[in-house]
Design a protein around this ligand. Structure first.
Ligand code: GAP
Length: 547
């Protein structure tokens, strides 16, 4: 047994290197790349699709299929049931009116008349700067290297060289554009002249489509912006068909679509993405306890799959941040490498939605507290949007109590989780090459459960019966796992390629294998090589995946 691993130096991760590895090794490609790409749309390559599938399968197994519904889980108020659903992407348009998305699911945007670019109003920051007796407000997209952008813009505007940057007089700190009234003195991030930004305008984020041959409003429907509503409108169907008592969680994984104004940061903010959502229906009196339970449970899930607790936070929303439906929300956030130092990006929201959704789908009116009356009521003073009129209340068979359940919603993004797992896994350390010389290697330390390839099988050399035996080992393991066979090039090079793909094990068939039916099993992280019997390979890999 050898152990030649070297601790990876903890240096900040470089997003450009991660993006480049994702393309080079086939995790992620830009959609429609040969036509120049389409902003906000991404394709998963051969390694990416396996990784993403494994993330979804881990979630489904841990939250739904493998859920223990007979015992009380630690921290839970009682046992509970879990079921799954798979609903359509296009639903009755009334769903989106009653959910509030039709009226309230918008961002404010500003357009630049000069550069023709569009920005989210709340994502532009700016700073006052004075030179040559003139004071202007220079802007940059939040999160970028703002000050460098401000300075570049200001120097260009005042026609100064960078060596004269000292003559710029800055006033105040970086401020969001939402704090500024009137844009006459504002220089857009990509503009050369002042006052080219339009006043902020509402922009609904739902993609419209036309159903059937009907034209105009009649045929207009929407691609779902969340999977949640499919669960709410099927609540009674699931309850009646399964005969569960509450509490009951209903889970769904599927595509959602949002016409984001400024998609960015790789897959973090996309226009087409996948969600893994649970709507958890419970008695109103227990809802706070369940909210706590789900916050803690979901936080642990990411940690169990390898995200370091140093890079994760659970952040409770301030009152003014809450969505129109929410009584309380906490976000699980990850320290993505593209965030500024000390900042985190949302992976999942756990929301206490009260009875908002079920009541809206019954009565067709929105909650007065969370939605302005003028939005809810028509000119005649009556609720503008009709609900289904169906009784979506719950009657407890044992107690005979009838109530509108409260809902706790853990809502996770598949693509954001996958991106977080990729960022967390990316590491550079040192490992010996074929001649035993230490070399820098890139290694994706993905948890074995989500690693795209579980093991790679190599013959040490391409002769003496080694390829034949290696192929037999490979085909045997393939019945249980996604495994990879490689006989090309030096074995050290083959190890490196698997390290980059995140493969936890490499199995090498050598001369000894032909005599005693053993192989070497090399561990990606520790670089340990142990000899195991061929028939034990499967159980060793399985143990590692479950461990
Ligand atoms: N049903 C509640 C809901 O949809 P959300 O916070 O808007 O809540 C839940 O979305 C999760 O979906 C987010 O935490 C994020 O992981 C993912 N998500 C939302 N918008 C996204 C986007 N434009 N691109 C990628 N993932 C997104």
């Amino acid at each position: 047994m050898t152990n030649s691993s070297v601790e990876s130096p903890s240096k900040p991760k470089d997003m450009e290197q991660i993006v480049s590895l994702c393309k080079r090794r086939g995790f992620l490609f830009q959609s429609s790349e040969i036509y120049g790409g389409l902003q906000g749309f991404w394709d998963y390559g051969p390694l990416g699709v396996e990784l993403k599938r494994n993330v979804k399968e881990a979630w489904w197994q841990d939250m739904v299929r493998g859920h223990d519904d007979v015992n009380t889980l630690p921290g839970a108020p009682s046992p509970y049931a879990m079921e799954g659903l798979d609903c359509t992407i296009i639903m009755h348009p009334q769903v989106w009116k009653c959910s509030g998305h039709y009226d309230l699911f918008h961002d404010f945007m500003v357009d630049c008349r000069e550069s023709k670019k569009r920005y989210r109003h709340d994502q532009l920051n700016g700073r006052w700067v004075e030179a040559k007796d003139k004071k202007i407000f220079v802007t940059a997209p939040a999160g970028d290297d703002e000050q460098a952008h401000f300075e570049k813009q200001a120097l260009k505007f005042f026609n100064l060289r960078s060596k004269h940057a000292d003559s710029l007089s800055w006033d105040g700190d970086s401020t969001c554009l939402t704090e500024i009234d009137g844009f006459d003195q504002v220089l857009g991030p990509d503009a050369k002249t002042l006052g080219t930004l339009t006043e902020p305008r509402e922009f609904n984020l739902m993609f419209k489509t036309v159903v059937g041959a009907l034209s105009g409003e009649e045929g207009t429907s929407f691609l779902r912006p969340e999977t949640a509503q499919g669960i709410f409108v099927n609540f009674k169907n699931v309850l009646d068909s399964t005969r569960h008592r509450l509490p009951l969680g209903i889970a769904q994984i599927g595509k959602s679509f949002r016409n984001e104004i400024t998609p960015r940061n790789f897959t973090f903010r996309s226009r087409e993405f996948e969600q893994m959502e649970i709507e958890f229906f419970c008695h109103p009196n227990d809802s706070q306890a369940w909210y706590q339970f789900w916050r803690d449970r979901r936080m642990r899930w990411y940690q169990d799959l390898g995200i370091s607790s140093d890079n994760l936070i659970l952040r409770e929303h301030d009152k003014d941040e809450l969505s129109h439906y929410s009584i309380g929300t906490a976000d699980i956030e990850y320290a993505f490498p593209f965030m500024a130092e000390g900042e985190f990006g949302e992976l999942e929201g756990i929301a206490h939605r009260g009875d908002f959704d079920l009541r809206s789908h019954m009565e067709g009116k929105l909650d007065e507290k969370s939605c302005p009356l003028e939005v809810q009521l028509g000119d005649d003073g009556k609720p503008k949007w009709k609900g289904s009129g169906k009784d979506l209340n719950y009657r407890d068979d044992l107690t005979n109590e009838k109530y509108t359940p409260h809902v706790i919603e853990p809502s996770a993004g598949v693509d954001r989780s996958t991106l977080a797992f990729l960022c967390e896994a990316y590491n550079e350390d040192e490992a010996p090459d074929d001649k035993g010389k230490m070399q820098t290697r890139t290694v994706m330390r993905l948890h074995p459960r989500i690693a795209p390839i579980k093991a790679a099988v190599f013959p040490l050399v391409k002769k003496d019966g080694m390829p034949e035996l290696a192929k037999r080992v490979y085909l045997d393991l393939k019945k249980s796992f996604h495994v990879f066979y490689d006989e090309k090039g030096a074995v050290g090079r083959r190890y490196r390629r698997q390290d980059e793909a995140g493969t936890p094990y490499c199995i090498t068939v050598d001369g000894q294998s032909l005599d005693d039916n053993t192989v070497t099993l090399r561990d990606r992280d520790t670089l340990e090589q142990i000899r195991v019997k061929i028939e034990e390979c499967e159980s060793v890999i399985r143990e590692k995946m479950n461990g």
